[in-house]
Design a protein. Sequence first.
Lengths: 553, 227
Amino acid sequence: MSGSGAVRLRSVAGGGSARGARRSLGGPWGVVRRVLLGARHRWRRSLRLRVVTTTMLLGVFAITVLGSVLHAQIANGLERSRVSNAQYEALALTAQAQAQWLNSTSASVDALNQAATDIVTRILAAPGPDPRRFVVLTRSVSNDSDIVLASVRTGAPDQSVVSPELQQALADDPTHQHTQLTEVTVDRSDGPVPAVVVGTVVEVPNAGLYDLFFIYPMEQEVATMALIGRAFVVAGATLTLLVGAVAWVVTRQVVTPVRRAGEVAQRLSSGRLNERMPAKGEDDLALLATSFNNMADSLQSQIRQLEGLSAVQQRFVSDVSHELRTPLTTIRMAVDVIHGNREEFVDASVARSAELLAGELDRFEELLADLLEISRFDAGAAALDVEAVDLRGTVESVVAAARPLAEKRGSPVSVLAGGVPAEAEVDERRVARILRNLVVNAIEHGDGRPVDIHVGVDDDAVAVVVEDHGVGLRPGEAANVFTRFWRADPARARTTGGTGLGLSISLEDARLHNGWLQAWGEPGVGSRFRLTLPRRAGSTLHASPLPLSPEDP
Amino acid sequence: MKGRVLVVDDDLALAEMLGIVLRGEGLDSEHVADGSSALEVFRGYRPDLVLLDVMLPGQDGLEVCRQIRAESGVPIVMLTAKTDTVDVVLGLESGADDYVVKPFKPQELIARVRARLRRGDEPEPERLGIGDLAIDVAGHSVTRGGEPLSLTPLEFDLLVALARKPWQVFTREVLLEQVWGYRHAGDTRLVNVHVQRLRSKIEHDPEHPEIVVTVRGVGYKAGQAGA
């Protein structure tokens, strides 16, 4: 047990140096670390914070996924409808253009060029300044006529926006429309916008096949999608906040009663058995409150019952004590009168009987006294009567009282107390009883060798070590010496006497003080008993000022 | 030394045995078995000492003790089967001078009885002062400004012991030996309780004693004269 004390000391020292290192960090990193630690602490402490945060994170995730899918579908639909509109319009315009060409009578290159410009700008180009349609007329890849007309275009885009693949596809299959999605730059300041290009073929009289490309920029659709996107973001953020707020309100409704239950439980455990939770309504929380209150009721009644049992037990001990002691007193006095007059008995055996009777009566009384003391501890009826006492004085008076026995056994008893007062708040009667027990045991088991008593004191505790150099204790016996009626050596114990309860009572006395009573021993070397008591009544011990075994520093 | 002892005990065998032992010591004794008639017998017998059992039928031993104490300072030794702090302190507070725990040895009882009866020997005429009190040792009286204070013989002895050596701090053990006559370690609670009782009679403010002063961790001493 002294080993654990040493370990505790070392661990305390370790903690101190770690704290020092942390303090020396400081600086901005220290601030960040403190903030992080604070946040982590709040995270671990607040159920509401955790619930609200998780709910909001999940909400953001769900809204993002849902928004992306919707966004993509809307974009897709807009694009499809634009493409099909473009195709229908292109089909109609192509038919119109073809009809114009067929009615045209131009034959010269100039006239044809003029006609091409006319058709493209008057019929095919969108009316007014509407930029929603651009037209490009250009010579087909497959055209091998001698007459070459110049390309005609309306607006900024020229045939460079038309991919060679589309031109090739028109050359391969001139009877059908071909559609391509691309990007065009309508206005230099806006950058490229997506566009639909529909390509068809018209036959120009005398000049062969010419490709007619209709370019529809999707500016409107892009603007619509941007608007929808913005709306989605705003709606998503609002929804997330709303979800967070709902979670906050809901957890508040649940957490508040749970917190109240926690507070009530705390008050209950601190001994206020009449505390109950308010149980209103019929919901789950009311069920919790009702069950909690039922538990408290049952706890309270059980505790009352135990208290009652304990009171009965104490009463019984007290009654037995009185009932047994009165006749025993009479017997005691009668025996003493007989024993005092034993010289007058003619028969030697009667005189001897009187002696045996007196001796055994002593043992019987001791045993009864110890049994009653133990049962008082068991019933929880033992109470401390503390006052500030200098243990050196207690040790001295105990040693003085044990002097006759020590002289009889030939064991010199020496006290090594030091000059510092070993003052502590203790019940001196009980401490003297512990020490008397330890000293008498040491003398009786000391084989006539010296008995040393050490008194030690530090800021928190006082300790007394009683050391003999007799037979000592075998391994495992140190734990057993405090067991009731335990005897180290049954054959030897008969001669040394004692009730077998002395050390058990001492241990209970030490525990009543929140103190330690520990044993150490080695065969042939001797044994040491250490009593450690807190200097302030009711405080807890952490270490003893004296080592338990002589090997410890 | 002749003495008259009143035994108040409901156990007839024990009472008879006590009578035998007391007679063997040359003391006269009278027996009463129940608490209710104890006071009456006490008045008729006028004993020098009372042996009183705590547990009595009719009337509690503590109550009997209080009644006797109300009209007499005669030494009372309690016979008790209890050793719990509360019970012993209650017994002492109700006015008992000393107590013996059953089962006791006859010699132990006789020693306690003798110690209480010993004061029959006449002391030398002696006058002492402690605080603002004047003590006439031979006359067994304590006065404050001419007004007599009523103390039991034990309280008187305790006060005289402290007043005789006002420079000395008395440990509880020393007081037990000098006042109660314990040769070996006794119960120091005897001292505590009787100091409290004494203070309640002689101090102006028993909460802040000035005549019998506590020396923390050691014991008691007489306060500074005139304090």
